[in-house]
Design a protein around this ligand. Structure first.
Ligand code: M6R
Length: 366
């Protein structure tokens, strides 16, 4: 059942070109400029006129929600709030019938997310689900939704569900932006064609596996890790850190790179590996100066960069080159080497990768 792989997690990491393609199949037709998401279409009017979107989720799904915040605000110009379901449900939030709630959950069974949905529903909001498990509790509790179609995810550490969630949310943001007129047609068409190339770019990123194994061997005994990124890559940094924590039990933190100087920089010495996501995008120059700041303090730098980047190569201890894509789509590709890095470190440390201690695949109690 592991399809020849040693662990489900590795199988699921490697399945991503296909799971992303499955998620887009029958929905995205770039050549004809068509983008159809069943459940979304029926609520398009409501969505278009929403005062704001509130995204609620836990864990990795919450990270997908953060990526979506950037996507919806950039393309559809609707204000977005992203809330941990556990906080949202208990703090008497201001919600009304003009709010649109997106609940994201792989399992569709997470207790806090389900309770957040019920609360928002009781206040008259419209609830849209982005879930993986068909027929689970969350899709049954929402007004409408789109499944991620990633296939069963067995490893406790979420991998292919995350990229499928982002794929659905990206399609939603593009469609909404186009319908609202905030995303001009030519740009919309361009983005659709680029989105179609993502599975093959993820395939290419997966080929970095051997290089990542070498990096893993060098850092497997580290006690701490920092992950830094800006813009769309900030949630990727959070996700990279969570993956490492949950399966290798190494303490790791993700931060927006610019926040480093407000505290975490004090942690940096020659024993601190820092993973930068430093792809060629609108914040590239700023991330490069953050890299220099870490280098000046003798931190060990592992940088995920855009193919062909020569600047960062001279500063970093290791570079991981991923294929170039639209800034908004980088998380789909950049997260892959971070999943592989945590996987290899955990295996080298002898950890139970698919079933890490103290964790369950779905958290059905609060
Ligand atoms: O099934 P859900 O997406 O609602 O689960 C949410 C979190 O429990 C989940 O993402 C958790 O953080 C994973 N173990 C992360 O890999």
């Amino acid at each position: 059942e592991k399809g020849g792989y040693e662990h489900f997690m590795l199988k699921e990491i490697n399945e991503q070109p296909r799971s992303i393609a499955d998620c887009m199949r029958g929905r995205l037709d770039a050549k004809n400029g068509r983008l159809v998401l069943g459940g979304f279409r029926d609520y398009m009017n409501k969505f278009q006129n929403a005062d704001r979107i509130i995204i609620t989720a836990c864990g990795t799904s919450w990270h997908a929600g953060l990526v979506a915040e950037y996507l919806f605000e950039e393309f559809a110009r609707i204000p977005v709030e992203v809330e941990y379901a556990s906080e949202f449900r208990y703090r008497n939030p201001v919600v009304n019938e003009r709010d649109f709630i997106i609940a994201i959950s792989q399992s569709g069974e997470t207790a806090d997310t389900l309770a957040a949905i019920e609360l928002a529903k009781s206040k008259g909001a419209t609830i849209f689900g982005v879930c993986n498990v068909v027929g689970s509790s969350i899709p049954r509790a929402t007004h409408a939704g789109s499944y991620t179609h990633a296939g069963p995810e067995i490893g406790v550490a979420s991998t292919k569900a995350f990229t499928a969630q982002i794929s659905v949310l990206t399609m939603m943001a593009l469609k909404l932006g186009y319908q609202r007129g905030t995303l001009p047609e030519n740009r919309y068409m361009q983005l659709l064609s680029e989105l179609e190339t993502i599975p093959s770019k993820v395939e290419k990123a997966l080929q970095l596996n051997d290089k990542i194994k070498e990096i893993a061997a060098e850092f497997k005994d580290a006690r701490n890790f920092l992950y830094l990124g800006r813009g769309y890559n900030f949630p990727v940094a959070l996700e990279g850190a969570l993956k490492l924590k949950e399966i290798s039990y190494i303490h790791a933190e993700g931060y927006p790179a610019a926040e480093m100087k407000h505290g975490p920089i004090a942690l940096i010495d020659e024993e601190m590996p820092v993973v930068f996501i430093a792809t060629k995008d609108s914040s590239y120059e700023k991330v490069v100066s953050n890299i220099q700041e870490v280098k000046a303090r003798k931190g060990k730098i592992i940088a995920v960069v855009t193919e062909g980047d020569t600047t960062v190569r001279h500063m970093a201890d290791h570079v991981i080159e991923i294929p170039e894509t639209e800034e908004a789509f980088v998380p789909l590709v950049a997260v892959v080497p971070l999943q592989q890095l945590s996987y290899h470190i955990a295996v080298m440390r002898g950890c139970n990768v698919d079933q890490p201690r103290n964790l369950a695949k779905s958290v059905t109690v609060e």
